[in-house]
Structure formats: structure tokens, C-alpha cells
Ligand binder design. Structure first.
Ligand SMILES: *Cc1c(COP(=O)(O)O)cnc(C)c1O
Length: 368
């Protein structure tokens, strides 16, 4: 028996390659691809994913936080790594590991310049983040003159890239808003270019932006969820193949009588005699309690088995009354056929959340 009680995350690198090639096929040959490998590569384990993509000659990587980038350097990733949201206390590590910080406010700009000056570092590459409407992080367009003046005043910083992030690229009903973001971004870029004597990499689109707004690809696209095989709900794309599967097996089967209860707090009371299966997977593995009580489901022998009762920390129970199955049989929580997106939707969330919640204690197996 496996030490992980039969539950594992399977990552198909062929599908990753397929998705990478698909994304390349819908952008211009001149447009670079940045692969987003934040949040444990969307649950898929970042070092293998990044090494594989580096071999496919991806142009750039990005992560959210410095510690994620340091780990990639430690496993030998050589390509540029952009950090979306660095904090001031990580700027020394960023320089040490040759990482590219996003500068998004005057505070971090000034602190970074001070560090570069004490290290006598010149022309350090950064990307500038412009806030065009997401209102999360970034300089507002009105701050650009002051920003470029400050960068031009000395030569500590080189603007390697300028970017912004779309708030609703998956939502066709919000396309007017997206167009406004694109035009504000274009104006901001033009303003920056007018005040420096070299050309930074300009980038705006995430996965659904790549698919829905081909006119806004600029010099590079930032692809996250698309590489892992999903587009957003409203831009479902049959050409992408889900890379990550979650599989397990039935640990034990119980035959219970009408009126018996299942799980903590007697979450489910059997309305008829039932056959139930226990699966070694729980909320500590990333399957939230929200999936319990008939909301979520798994697949056994290609048949849908609803999760009954409350999801426990390490286990959950499913109703297999109508399925001809035995202890040890394979359980598919999601795979390329039974999509993670569908399961996520059953509790009102999105594939991103389900994938990134998968706990590190679940073994990752790679297939190619
Ligand atoms: C996470 C993230 C992305 C990737 O988005 P996907 O929808 O997964 O492609 C791109 N850009 C920024 C700034 C992000 O935070």
C-alpha cells in the first residue's frame, strides 16, 4: 500500500506541452510567452513544471512571491523570473538570486533604489505595474511622470518591462471595461516610452485575455491557468487539456441501514439502506467542507458518486449504492474527462481555487 493512502495528484507533461504549443499557436511568433508558476504551479509542483517549460524554451517565468522564485533558482531555473508582488523585506534576496521585481508604488521604488545604491548596483531590471482598473497593486496613470522622473534621475533601475492586469478578461459582458483598461494601458505605455531611450517588454494579457483580446497581446503574454488546461468558465476552450488529475481509491466499504448516520455531527442520515465508500482525502488535502453533504462528487467506474455527510480532515465518504465496486477500486476526483472546473462549480468556486488548494501532503506523480 502506498504511504499516501492511495491518493495522488497526477501531472501529465504531454498535456502541458500541448497547451503550451496551443497558446503559441494563437499568438504572433514575435510575442513572448511568460509562464505563470505561482501558487505551487497552480497545484502541479513548480520545479518540474518550470524545468519542463524551460526545455520547451518558454521566454519568462513569473511567481507571486519571492520565496517561490528563490526555490526555482535553487533547482536550476535560468530564465528570467518576474515577481508579481514583492515586499520590501525581500528586495535583498531578489538581487542575490537575480530575480526581477515588480515595482508598484513609490515606497517600494524608493527602498529598492536605496538598496541598489548601497550595493553600487546599476541598471537593475524591473517591471513597472500600472493600475488600469483592477485596483489591486500598481501605479496610477497620473503618477507616471513622477515615476519616470524618479527613475531617470539616477541609473539604478532599468525598465525591463511595463505591464498591467485585466480585471474581467474572461467576461464578454465586461468587454467595454476591458477595452478601457487596454486603452488606458496603451496611453500609459506611450507616455513611458516617450521619456526613456530604450524599449521595455510590454505585456497585459492573462489566459482569458490571450484568448479573448488578441489585439492586446503586445510584446508578451502571461499564461497561467491555460498552461494547466483551463480557460475561464465563459471562455471554455476545447483546445486546452487539463494537466492535473486527482485520483484515489476506496479504502473501506460499509453497508448501512436506513436511519444510520454518516460522519461527523451525523451530517447525513440514511433515508434508505446504503452502500458507502470511504476515500482517503479530506479538507486538509484541499477538498473543503463545502463539498460535503451532496454538493461535490467523485467518479468510480465512470459513475458519479456524491459526497455524503461532512468532509473530514483526512477522509470523506461517498454514496456508492448504485455502483458495482470494491475496496481498492480507483476513484477519480477530477481528470481530463471529469473536469476540476465542474467540481469547483458545484460549490460556487473556480478551477483556480480547487487546484491551488491541493495540499502538499498529496504525492505528485508525473507522467509523460
Ligand atoms: C496569476 C496572474 C496571471 C495568470 O493568470 P491566468 O488567468 O492564470 O492566466 C497573470 N498576471 C498576473 C498579474 C497574475 O497575478
Amino acid at each position: 500500500m502506498s504511504k499516501h493512502q492511495g491518493t495522488f495528484v497526477e501531472i501529465n507533461l504531454n498535456s502541458l506541452q500541448h497547451n503550451f504549443n496551443y497558446i503559441k499557436s494563437i499568438i504572433s511568433e514575435k510575442t513572448k510567452v511568460l509562464a505563470v508558476v505561482k501558487a505551487y504551479a497552480y497545484g502541479a509542483e513548480p520545479s518540474k513544471i518550470a524545468s519542463f517549460l524551460e526545455k520547451l524554451n518558454v521566454d519568462y517565468f513569473a511567481v507571486a512571491y519571492t520565496s517561490e522564485a528563490v526555490k526555482l533558482r535553487q533547482v536550476g531555473i535560468k530564465k528570467p523570473i518576474l515577481i508579481f508582488h514583492p515586499q520590501p523585506e525581500n528586495l535583498n534576496a531578489i538581487i542575490k538570486h537575480n530575480l526581477i521585481p515588480t515595482l508598484y508604488c513609490f515606497k517600494i521604488l524608493e527602498i529598492f533604489k536605496e538598496i541598489l545604491s548601497t550595493k553600487k548596483n546599476k541598471n537593475y531590471p524591473v517591471h513597472l505595474k500600472i493600475n488600469t482598473g483592477l485596483n489591486r497593486i500598481g501605479f496610477n496613470s497620473k503618477e507616471i511622470s513622477e515615476l519616470i522622473d524618479s527613475i531617470n534621475k539616477d541609473n539604478f533601475i532599468k525598465i525591463d518591462g511595463v505591464y498591467s492586469h485585466l480585471s474581467s478578461s474572461e467576461d464578454k459582458l465586461e468587454s467595454d471595461f476591458t477595452q478601457k483598461q487596454i486603452s488606458l494601458f496603451t496611453k500609459s505605455v506611450t507616455k513611458i516610452m516617450g521619456e526613456i531611450s530604450y524599449k521595455p517588454i510590454v505585456h497585459l494579457c492573462n489566459t482569458s485575455g490571450i484568448i479573448n483580446f488578441p489585439e492586446a497581446h503586445f510584446d508578451m503574454v502571461r499564461c497561467g491557468i491555460g498552461l494547466y488546461g483551463f480557460s475561464n468558465k465563459l471562455t471554455k476552450n476545447e483546445s486546452l487539456i487539463p494537466v492535473v488529475s486527482l485520483k484515489s481509491s476506496i479504502s473501506q466499504i460499509h453497508f448501512i441501514n436506513k436511519g444510520d448516520s454518516i460522519g461527523y455531527n451525523r451530517g447525513h442520515i440514511a433515508e434508505t439502506n446504503k452502500k458507502i465508500g470511504t476515500i482517503p482525502l479530506g479538507h486538509a488535502d484541499g477538498i473543503s467542507r463545502l463539498y460535503g453533504n451532496n454538493n461535490g462528487f467523485v467518479f468510480i467506474k465512470n459513475k458519479k458518486a456524491p459526497i455524503i455527510g461532512n468532509v473530514c480532515m483526512d477522509m470523506l465518504m461517498v454514496d456508492i449504492s448504485k455502483i458495482n465496486c470494491e475496496e481498492g477500486d480507483e476513484v477519480i476526483i477530477f481528470n481530463e474527462k471529469h473536469s476540476a472546473e465542474q467540481l469547483a462549480e458545484s460549490v460556487g468556486t473556480i478551477s483556480y481555487e480547487l487546484l491551488t488548494a491541493l495540499s502538499r501532503r498529496i504525492e505528485r506523480k508525473f507522467i509523460i
